[in-house]
Design a protein around this ligand. Sequence first.
Ligand code: ZN
Length: 143
Amino acid sequence: MTQSRKGVKNEARVIEQYCSVCKKTFDMEVVEEAEKNDVLWLKCPGCDGFLPYMVESEEGDDKVDEPGENQQEIAPEDFSAEDKENSLEYDKSMIYKTDDIIYHRSWNDYGKVIARETLPGNRKTILVNFGHQGKIRLLEGEG
Ligand SMILES: [Zn+2]
């Protein structure tokens, strides 16, 4: 019987990615795979920084909607003018709180902090529900 498995974990994967810190493109090692399979973490060989990498679904998997989850999808229009005025521009050296409104300049996107999490290596992250990008994990308190 042949089993087809989605993730091969015993092999280092490398993804070519641009580092905005080094201003160069590197082949970066995948250091961690998020459980939900939507964000990978890449390690930049230039600055040793960790970069989130958005995985695009190649297999066209059906979206699994989990009813009963009380975190609603956020649309761009859900952010009021007041939200935007009070938003904090994303900076990885900053520390954010749950429910903070974040503005991500590179993506021109507003998001709400829905969770905070500390990764192995004591890297702090926030999970942000963006209007356009959806839920994305970002680093905080770096540097
Ligand atoms: Zn770098």
